[in-house]
Design a protein around this ligand. Structure first.
Ligand code: NDP
Length: 294
């Protein structure tokens, strides 16, 4: 049976480490990290993610700057707000909650965030540096960073291993594959047009699943002893639950946990780690700012 990687526990450990560093920064320099979260409109899911991020900041002593804009706000106004946050020395990280309403060009807005404050790691310059040999981005995207952190903290070695990433989105699959490559894995990427994904996944010592396809990866697709990180978060109908649904990953956990060496559950695996990596990026941004200005 696989070792189940407890994302909640690892996240808690990292949050304690961050809280301690925040305390030390405040004591030594009289400064605390600041995270600005910009939200446009009233989408319930976005409101809930933003609420979680702001609450987590408060718990760790990180100052949160709230910019709540109405659905009808103009693109120019969102960009103006981003520019103000870029210029604010107390803000070390800026996050624009996605998706933005249709009349606002997301790419344009994200490109306006200073790369020094790009704690989501989505700025094309940061992604470009991630893709280039010998260059280091200022920030790594939070979910892929969470996957690597879980592997490293579980003692899974990456160098020289065969890794497969299922999914190639800008926010998870693609940066996860680039991070694995930087960590010296031999990386394959499986996507919706891949023929016989199972034959590629079976060769993998490390699988990062981020396709958004409930339980698509069967136990028989997993190489015995492999490390399986399941990013997928899919709601499936479940009449036995009060809510009428439950969350499952992209991996068939019951089957795969009998074959894998390590596996993350859904929920309780990558999810709790993602916000934690955002807080870590904000702390790192603040440390870099303080080092350059003292
Ligand atoms: P996207 O829908 O943007 O991307 C999905 C990717 O999976 C695409 O590259 C797509 O291929 C590929 N794909 C779709 N179907 C298949 C298939 N049958 N076989 C192989 N590849 C397939 O999703 P995201 O990357 O944003 O998210 C992926 C999952 O991760 C979702 O379940 C999401 O909820 C979850 N998630 C969880 C987070 C967390 O913190 N735990 C954070 C972010 C996401 P193609 O490019 O060809 O279309």
């Amino acid at each position: 049976m696989a070792t189940v990687i407890d994302g909640k526990a690892v996240a808690q450990t990292i949050r304690s480490e961050i809280a301690e560093e925040v305390r030390q920064l405040s004591q030594k320099y009289g400064k605390v990290p600041g995270l600005a979260v910009v939200i446009v409109g009233n989408r319930k899911d976005s409101q809930s993610y933003v609420g979680m991020k702001r609450k987590a900041c408060a718990e760790l002593g990180i100052k949160s700057f709230d910019v709540d804009l109405p659905e009808q706000v103009s693109e120019a106004e969102v960009i103006k707000q981003v520019h103000e946050l870029n210029a604010n020395p107390d803000v070390h990280g800026i996050l624009v909650q996605l998706p933005l309403p249709k009349h606002i060009n997301e790419e344009k807005v994200l490109t306006e965030i200073s790369i020094e404050k790009d704690v989501d790691g989505f700025h094309p310059l940061n992604i470009g540096k991630l893709a280039m040999k010998g260059r280091d981005p200022l920030f790594l995207p939070c979910t892929p960073k969470a996957c690597l952190e879980l592997l490293e903290r579980s003692g899974v070695s990456i160098k020289g291993k065969n890794a497969v990433v299922v999914g190639r989105s800008n926010i998870v699959g693609l940066p996860a594959s680039l991070l694995l490559l930087k960590a010296d894995a031999t990386v394959s990427i499986v996507h919706s047009r891949t023929n016989q994904p199972e034959s590629i996944i079976r060769e993998a010592d490390i699988v990062i699943a981020a396709a958004g396809q409930p339980m698509m990866i069967k136990g028989s697709w997993i190489k015995p002893g492999a490390a399986v990180i399941d990013v997928g978060t899919n709601a499936v109908d479940d009449p036995t639950k009060k809510s009428g649904y439950r969350l499952v990953g992209d991996v068939d956990f019951a089957e795969a946990s009998k074959v894998a060496g390590w596996i993350t559950p859904v929920p309780g695996g990558v999810g709790p780690m993602t916000v934690t990596m955002l807080l870590k990026n904000t702390l790192d941004g603040a440390k870099r700012y303080i080092a350059q200005n003292n």
